[in-house]
Design a protein around this ligand. Structure first.
Ligand SMILES: Nc1ncnc2c1ncn2[C@@H]1O[C@H](COP(=O)(O)OP(=O)(O)OP(=O)(O)O)[C@@H](O)[C@H]1O
Ligand SMILES: [Mg+2]
Length: 212
């Protein structure tokens, strides 16, 4: 039995973590086994790398270093958590995944798509998400939301508005070129409206959920 792999993507404060929790709760209410996870992180080795990646000085790592560390963490997460869960038929809902590397280190940081795709083939390979929910909103408003959370995981939040505008363009381009696997969600709306919209997209993508 093979499980289902759903990822949430988008800029800072777009509401990914909020909607991940809502979707996980909905799927669990249906009696499904659901693994809620996140990147960078999701396994113990990858969480140790997360700490290095998301805290400290903005210039602490170059985009190339970040790419390699993100994929080192992703390899561990795939080996320890994602693939075993998919093999036993679980649903995985992951808060950020490889499209965040494409956006942050690629579109935002200037690492070439060629290099990212070469590494992605080696690390992610066939374990591509079945569905990517892209939460889209103006970055300035998202950053205001994210800053109101007030934790110390703010290395990327500190990179400036132009960087965040490039990320947004990167996510939108990716979604436009893969329309069957990617669903664009207007994230600048009330939480409950977005939740209903996401459930409609998820149950459209996975017809086995229809009627539930
Ligand atoms: N649709 C919404 N409208 C208003 N506020 C929201 C909405 N969705 C989430 N929020 C609030 O905005 C803040 C950021 O939300 P959340 O943590 O879900 O975003 P995120 O995309 O996971 O952010 P990050 O990229 O920093 O992890 C939280 O305080 C959350 O309660
Ligand atoms: Mg979050």
């Amino acid at each position: 039995m093979t499980g289902r792999f759903i990822t949430f993507e988008g800029g800072e404060g777009a509401g990914k973590s909020t909607q991940v929790r809502a979707l996980v709760a909905h799927l669990r209410d249906l009696g499904l086994e659901v693994v809620q996870t996140r990147e960078p992180g999701g396994s113990s080795g990858a969480e140790a790398l997360r700490e290095l990646l998301v805290t400290g000085e903005t210039g602490r790592w170059s985009p190339l270093s970040e790419t390699l560390m993100m994929y080192a963490a992703r390899a561990n997460h795939l080996e320890q958590v994602i693939r075993p869960a998919l093999e036993r038929g679980a649903w995985i809902v992951c808060d950020r995944f490889a499209d965040s590397t494409r956006a942050y280190q690629g579109a935002g940081g200037g690492v070439t798509p060629d290099l990212i795709e070469t590494i992605d083939r080696a690390v992610v390979g066939e374990t591509q998400p079945d569905l990517v929910i892209v939460m889209d909103m103006p970055p300035a408003a998202g950053l205001r939301r994210a800053l109101s959370r007030g934790d110390d995981e703010n290395r990327f939040e500190s990179k400036g508005l132009a960087f965040h505008e490039r990320l947004r363009e990167g996510f939108l381009r990716r979604a436009a070129t893969h329309p069957q696997r990617y669903r664009l969600i207007d994230a600048d709306r009330p939480i409950e409206d977005i939740r209903v919209n996401i459930w409609a997209e998820v149950s459209d993508r996975f017809p086995e959920l229809k009627g539930s």
